[in-house]
Design a protein around this ligand. Structure first.
Ligand code: CA
Length: 230
């Protein structure tokens, strides 16, 4: 809920006092209203009581792992969650778990950058979904229902796999560069291991191709990017 003065309410879940102080001062100066929780229990309480617009969530917390709360929030609301990780190795964990986080950020971060990223996340989450119905061979993609079928049979897709497929399908027959994929799906963070992208492409191929070793649709353009052929 935007507060009565129209400011964005950020729920900061963070147990390191120095970060909490810096965030409270920095984000307040940047025009945000900050609600701080130092434990998951407090975060759950404040989430209900204060209805934040966005959650900034640390991974390692005294009473558990932030990823649990991320799952709860994304499963039950459309409020975007930004995961904060202390080490870059945790980025792989956060991405690998397909938590539905809207962004992730690694410590140490610059407060100015953080404010811009929070606003970008809110813009993205407010954008209406693009309506795409595309047929690629026996594959049918329905972006409104977020469903993919092959020969009428529903395919299970992770959120990122689906978004990647829609991105490629919306530019059918055209090359989409690796950078474009990373920008769109992993927000261009230089911390993203680009192998993560290859892993998603591989998994997508296993699902949509009849012979993943000889892809007929999802083509790799070496050193450039990918193309989805009709
Ligand atoms: Ca922590």
């Amino acid at each position: 809920m935007v507060d009565p003065d129209g400011r964005i309410v950020v729920l900061v879940v963070e147990d390191e006092a120095s970060y909490v102080d810096a965030l409270s001062i920095g984000l307040s100066a940047d025009g945000f209203v900050v609600e701080a929780a130092t434990t998951l229990a407090e975060a759950r309480r404040l989430f209900v009581a204060r209805k934040p617009d966005v959650v900034l969530l640390d991974v390692m917390l005294p009473d558990g792992n932030g990823t649990e709360f991320c799952r709860e929030v994304t499963a039950t609301s459309s409020i975007p969650v930004m995961m904060v990780t202390a080490r870059s190795e945790e980025v792989d964990v956060v991405l690998g778990l397909e938590l539905g986080a809207a962004d992730y950020i690694t410590k140490p971060y610059r407060l100015r950058e953080l404010g811009a990223r929070i606003r970008a996340v809110l813009r993205r989450s407010a954008a209406p979904p693009v309506d795409v119905h595309i047929t690629v061979g026996a594959i049918r993609i329905d972006s409104t229902r977020r469903s993919v079928t092959r020969g009428g049979e529903e395919l299970e897709m992770s959120r990122k796999e689906f978004d990647l497929l829609v991105m490629l399908a919306s530019r059918l027959g055209q090359v989409v560069t690796r950078d474009e994929c990373l920008d769109e799906l992993w927000w261009g963070s230089d911390l993203t291991d680009s192998r993560t992208l290859d892993t998603h492409i591989k998994r997508l191929r296993q699902k949509i191709e009849v012979d993943p070793g000889q892809p007929a649709h999802l083509i790799t353009i070496r050193g450039v990017g990918f193309r989805l052929d009709p």
